[in-house]
Design a protein around this ligand. Sequence first.
Ligand SMILES: Cc1ncc(COP(=O)(O)O)c(C=O)c1O
Length: 378
Amino acid sequence: MTARIYLSPPDLSGRELAMLGDAIASGWIAPLGPHVDAFEDEVRRRVDMPYAVALSSGTAALHLALMVLGIGRGDTVWTSTLTFAATANAITYVGATPVLVDSDRASWNVDPGLLVEELARAARRNALPRAVIGVDLYGQSADWEPIVAACREHGVWVIEDAAEALGATYRGRPVGSLGDLSILSFNGNKIITTSGGGMLLASQKAWADRARYLATQAREPVRHYERRAIGYNYRLSNLLAAVGRAQLADLDRRVDARRAIQARYRAALADLPGWSFMPEAGYGRTTFWLTCATIDADRFGATRDHVIDRLAAVDIEARPVWMPLHLQPVFAEAQVFRGQIAESLFRDGICLPSGSSLTIRDQDRVVEAIQGRPRGYE
Ligand SMILES: Cc1ncc(COP(=O)(O)O)c(C=O)c1O
């Protein structure tokens, strides 16, 4: 019997139980407490952003990022079409309209040239978005310099969705520090996890204060439960923050492990006909949160879906690359700038098991199952 191999399962550092025990013993079994404060401080320092608010999810962080910028009905927000749905869902939570932008092949992230060009065109039409949410996909930073420069020029806010890329860098800067506001996710599949959780990072204190207020049911600092705004219950538990601290202390090992996994897959599979791995763009260090590749079905002799099925048959979980948002029924009405590159990355793209606890033996199982061609695909 061999155990199932998952795409990106939680990886324990061994210190979680001690930290959890400390949180329980302290009596702070609440959505606030010393571990929440310390976790915010440690993430803020790691990511090099002045302010941090620990939250119940990355999605909550995206929602509050838009809220603290005052974005709402009648506004548009631009984002990458090749991303997890939460990025654009949050835009709709505040009543704004998402506009979707294609990727480039160099990084799979939003095409900076296309974005800059379309911002200039929108400026001429007086149709600029209020914000751009750039995404750091699969552990790789977007190309932020041109994006931020164009947004500054046109007075557009920049939100960095770094949910998938904690630990990566861009031109020597930590991912998560590249926008006016940024968000992280500590969902169970992420490089560090609190089981579920997220964080909003802010370059201005007023934004962090406002986010903390909104995340705490918009509680006014008075005795009598007065409400001046609609609030949310979005804060992270002190117990989960304790787990997050144990995980964060182990982040560098996790990045190294995922990078080594990617390098091993590449060494074993890159020569297969039709296989191309997600490139590491020259401007930064990628975590390879997930190792992703595209498969040219004609050259390989099997489609991406055949490969996923073949792996599933031997109890290995692999997944398609995110479905571009402009192809999703729920965003069918959304305006999209181009989209063909994201479509082809989705059609041919596969994400391979990449968890930082994946053993070399497990990885050999994945490689052997893929190399089982052509017999395995009949
Ligand atoms: C790019 C991206 N943004 C946002 C999220 C949402 O984070 P959460 O699951 O913590 O709400 C995720 C994934 O979970 C993601 O991959």
